[in-house]
Design a protein around this ligand. Sequence first.
Ligand SMILES: Cc1cc2nc3c(=O)[nH]c(=O)nc-3n(C[C@H](O)[C@H](O)[C@H](O)COP(=O)(O)O)c2cc1C
Length: 281
Amino acid sequence: MDDPAGDLARLLGERFQDADGLDTRFAHESHVRMAAHASMRDWADRPLPDALLHALAAVALCSPTKSDMQSRDILVVTDPERKAGLAALIGPDAWIAAAPALLVFCGNHRRQRQVGEWRGIPFANDHLDWFFNAAVDASIVLGSFIVAAEAAGLGCCPISQIRNRAEPVSEFLGLPERVFPVAGLAVGWPGAPGRISPRLPLALTVHQDRYQDGGDEATRAAVEGYDRWRDERQPYRRQRRVRDLGVAPFYGWSEDKARQYSVPERADFGAYVRARGFSLD
Ligand SMILES: Cc1cc2nc3c(=O)[nH]c(=O)nc-3n(C[C@H](O)[C@H](O)[C@H](O)COP(=O)(O)O)c2cc1C
């Protein structure tokens, strides 16, 4: 990497339509790698040692954690039979079943309750915040793991589908009360080059000093501009829900996301979380 500043500017230009003018002179190779992130669903046939996964898990767990509570755990599943069983519960996708490793990032509020019980001190915070804290802690570790794994040359793809059948997955993994899956992660050596997935304009998602909302019409214009910019680079290969919603003459990101969530998904997740011992009030 001879020119990290130039590489970073190029990668941010591929990702964001309004990246011009960003100062990349600070660039370090780690920033270039982060900007080159691409979820991977294609695996090379190359052994992936458990010891490497555990070292990367340790690196990921160095990330910050709310109140030093460390309310998150990582399950590493590589035993072929266990992995096949988990993949079968997650869903039919071949890339999940074929992944050399499946990790599960869990929120863990169990330990917080245990330490209170052991010390004989009552827990006075049985409300939504503790579910949220554990979910955020697990999400931070998920992101850190991806950065660490990609720096080691691995490819990853998070799997929220693991929550489609949260109850049987929890039973399969032996998750105790107040421990819940936030996301799975397929991990392996990449079998194909990564593809940069364009993001919404920075003008919509980075705000200076206060939330800047130019109004509904301005937001719509920006999103539809992104739809077109993205379509020129990476048109969607297929349309969702054509049978119900027909073929869209122009199919951009906003059409795809609207269609994706036009059907209920994981409507039972709240009930699952409550059954695991959380109050969501
Ligand atoms: C929490 C989380 C859950 C995800 N779940 C899935 C999933 O279940 N299936 C999938 O194919 N991709 C999943 N992804 C990957 C996203 O689709 C992907 O990050 C997004 O399309 C942007 O692409 P990129 O990561 O290559 O930049 C998930 C990503 C995150 C952060």
